[in-house]
Design a binder for this molecule. Structure first.
Ligand SMILES: NC(=O)c1ccc[n+]([C@@H]2O[C@H](COP(=O)([O-])OP(=O)(O)OC[C@H]3O[C@@H](n4cnc5c(N)ncnc54)[C@H](O)[C@@H]3O)[C@@H](O)[C@H]2O)c1
Length: 375
């Protein structure tokens, strides 16, 4: 099968690419390489093209394929609150454009969606696939919009499309703005772990391999027009995760700091997964407290994660401060001196939404400035 994986340079997509290559499939990746896309996530030699799923001409460069699995999305809730427009463009319009391409190519289509589309779930209930979508954030609203495009694509245009709705996923190569890698790297650096509100929000933790196995199963055996929940049933409060991380890494528990809650923050997600299990899926990885953190950490590529985070934040900050900090040295010269990847320069993130990093940034800027002093 010739398979197009969009967003394949991101966290979950890159695992899926490796899985499908191992299964002998002919994989091509299309990725816009936003801050979250990292070529290093992909194995050597993968056919990978730069392109935006919301621009039809950039999708068409791929040519005929048998199937499309869409991971491409803006994915961070905090960023969606600061700037929802990109989320609507990629997560809704991008999905529509891919559905149109799938229709024309008669390709199978899988939309990788999220449990967040259901919104808050009351204690004692787990979301079924036909429950109403009640998204709370601009991110989840955009993902719900993508899901609705899929249903209409199936009904009106006969696209052979299914949806997966996965829960909070952990594993290697996750961009360190998300909770587990952010908290783990902060704990390693002895920096505060910013816990939203009372930290009692419940999330269902799913290992990335189990998530990818479910997506493959739905790709091969899912029915058109159907959504499938993917959750391991490992429901834990955020505060529990934070405590586990500090304990496991031997960090000071007082590093866990309650910060103002995120606007519109959902209290609980929970998924009923009988439909997916009836296709033969069950999670293979058990969340076993410290073991999960251990796996998450070992797999985090700790240095890589810290480095990537520093670079991204530093470039954003440098853009704002380059004039005052290193008068006469351009950002490009700085980047060359530091061998920063070009794609970091392409970012124009308006704000750094990772709490607690600004102190580190000040140090980085100074270090960069020293390195780049004209000879
Ligand atoms: N991470 C989770 O816990 C989780 C849980 C459930 C569902 N999901 C869904 O799974 C998918 C992948 O999530 P992730 O955590 O791997 O995301 P990620 O942010 O790590 O990666 C997203 C990828 O999409 C690419 N991308 C963004 N906009 C694009 C565009 N317009 N055109 C082409 N490529 C674009 C980025 O460059 C990046 O490589 C998303 O659709 C997300 O909604 C994620």
């Amino acid at each position: 099968m010739r398979l197009l994986v969009t967003g394949g340079a991101g966290f979950i997509g890159s695992h899926f690419v490796k899985r499908m290559l191992a299964a002998g499939e002919d994989v091509v990746v299309l990725d816009k390489f936003t801050y979250a896309g990292n070529p290093a996530n992909l194995p050597e030699g993968v056919d990978c093209r730069r392109g935006d799923i919301a621009t039809r001409g950039e999708v068409d460069q791929i040519g005929p394929v048998d199937a499309i699995v869409n991971f491409a999305a803006e994915t961070h809730v905090d960023r969606s609150i600061l700037g929802p427009e990109d989320f609507v463009r990629t997560d809704v319009l991008g999905t529509l454009v891919l559905l149109q391409a799938a229709e024309e190519l008669s390709a199978r289509f899988v939309q990788v969606s999220t449990d967040e589309v259901y919104g808050d779930v009351e204690p004692g209930w787990s979301s079924r696939e036909d429950d109403p979508l009640r998204p709370s954030s601009p991110y989840s609203a955009a993902k719900a919009g993508g899901d609705l495009q899929v249903f209409s694509g199936v009904r009106t245009y006969g696209v052979n499309a299914s949806i997966t709705r996965g829960s909070n996923t952990y594993g290697p190569n996750q961009y360190p703005e998300k909770m587990l890698p952010l908290f783990a790297t902060n704990a390693l650096d002895r920096e505060p772990l910013p816990l939203y509100g009372d930290g009692r929000q419940v999330r269902d933790w799913l290992h990335v391999d189990d998530h990818c196995a479910a997506i493959e199963l739905v790709l091969r055996h899912g029915e058109a027009g159907e959504a499938y929940n993917v959750g391991a049933g490992e429901e834990h409060e955020n505060v529990e995760l934070a405590q586990l991380i500090v304990e496991h890494l031997g960090a000071d528990p007082s590093l866990v700091r309650n910060v103002e809650d995120r606007a519109g923050h959902d209290r609980r997600y929970s998924l009923e997964t009988a439909k997916l299990r009836s296709l033969g899926w069950q999670p293979q990885r058990e969340w076993a407290g410290g073991q999960a953190v251990d796996r998450g950490l070992r797999s985090l590529d700790r240095l890589g994660a810290v480095e990537q985070r520093e670079h991204t934040v530093a470039v954003t900050e440098l853009e704002a401060r380059v004039g005052e900090v290193v008068a006469g040295v351009s950002l490009v010269e700085l980047a060359c001196a530091l061998q920063l990847p070009d794609r970091l320069l392409e970012q124009r993130q308006s704000a750094c939404v990772i709490p607690g990093l600004h102190l580190r940034v000040a140090g980085i800027v100074q270090r960069f400035a020293a390195l780049a002093r004209p000879r």
